[in-house]
Design a binder for this molecule. Structure first.
Ligand SMILES: N[C@@H](CCC(=O)N[C@@H](CS)C(=O)NCC(=O)O)C(=O)O
Length: 326
């Protein structure tokens, strides 16, 4: 990929992310939408690579996504998208917010960003894994075995984090704090069935506001996005949210089958968008890709060991020949 950055000093942007991470997908979609070149580095959450010291040095919160721009390190999807918007919005790059900050469209975009970006995604995702009876037809990456693994993860996450804290003295304090926060319900991962009803109500209300907004567009509806004719950050938020709901299996509950026709049309339209396809493409095959990475890592170790053994054998042979000649 091309190597450029905001100050043009030749350092490339690099995104540390994981295929199925909701917040990573938001950033990926924004990057593709804006046509900003970037390099990538996978941080496998399945392999718990977010707790490795080399990643913790970038983000001691142990969360993806993280963007680096030369020596600058930007964590958090919202901050990253704002950074991209501030630094890559001229000329060749796409724009996801109106130039005129005080315009009606700008205010509507902000209103929907506030609504969509505060939805409790971890509570929804892990809560669904704990209560799979809530959904009709989960789809990859949320296969039954992945959901089972997530359920375990939700229950033991604090124990796992404490294990990593013991292995990384440099980051012990911050990881212990994270473990305690998770144990005391900071991420709301372990919702009861009743609490899940509240979580789902929150999503339902938000989607109702979206449906109303979509239905308010006049004229040629096919020309409109969520907040107007401009494809904005609010559309990135909505696209990745709908994708998460579909993958978990909530479409019949929230919009399909004529329940929210405007949202249904929007979903069909957004699926055809190139940035959406690219941002979500690998998520479906994340489990297989993780296995493949494991095999490649192992084969690298195997190759390194074989090379070392061969090297030792050759050196021993040379020494043996010299000794036997003398
Ligand atoms: N507020 C952050 C949230 C990031 C986040 O929660 N990332 C999750 C994946 S979607 C993560 O890396 N979790 C790993 C962990 O907490 O161990 C953002 O918007 O980027």
């Amino acid at each position: 990929m091309t190597s450029i950055n905001s100050n043009g000093n030749g350092n490339a942007l690099k995104l540390y992310y994981w295929y199925t991470s909701f917040y990573s997908q938001r950033v990926l979609m924004a990057l593709y939408e804006k046509r900003v070149p970037f390099k990538t580095q996978i941080v496998s959450l399945l392999a718990e690579e977010q707790y490795e010291p080399k990643f913790l040095k970038l983000n001691p919160r142990a969360e993806v996504p993280v963007l680096t721009d030369g020596v600058k390190v930007i964590p958090d999807s919202t901050r990253i998208i704002e950074y991209l918007e501030d630094n890559f919005s001229n000329g060749q790059f796409g724009q996801l917010t109106p130039k005129e900050k005080g315009s009606e469209e700008s205010k509507t975009i902000q209103k929907f960003r506030d609504l969509l970006e505060t939805l409790p995604i971890p509570a929804l995702t892990f809560g669904t894994a704990i209560h799979p009876e809530l959904v009709d037809n989960p789809k990859p990456p949320f296969t039954p075995s992945v959901l089972k693994q997530m359920k375990e993860n939700a229950k033991n996450r604090h124990v796992v984090i404490r294990g990593h804290a013991e292995k990384a003295p440099e980051f012990q304090k911050v990881l212990m704090e994270k473990a305690a926060a998770v144990e005391h319900g900071a991420l709301k991962l372990n919702r009861t069935r009743e609490e899940m009803d509240e979580v789902l109500k929150e999503f339902d209300l938000a989607l109702q506001k979206v449906e109303l907004q979509l239905s308010s567009h006049t004229g040629d509806k096919s020309a409109w996005w969520l907040c107007g004719e401009m494809f904005s950050i609010a559309d990135v938020d909505l696209a990745i949210l709908l994708n998460r709901l579909i993958c978990l299996g909530y479409e019949l509950k929230f919009w399909a089958g004529g329940k929210r026709p405007f949202l249904e049309t929007y979903w069909h339209k957004i699926q055809k968008r190139d940035s959406f396809k690219r941002a979500t493409y690998f998520s479906t095959n994340a489990v297989h890709l993780t296995k493949l990475r494991g095999i490649l890592k192992q084969s690298k170790t195997l190759l390194a060991s074989l090379t070392a053994v061969m090297g030792i054998a050759i050196i021993s042979y040379i020494i043996y020949r010299r000794v036997s000649k003398s």
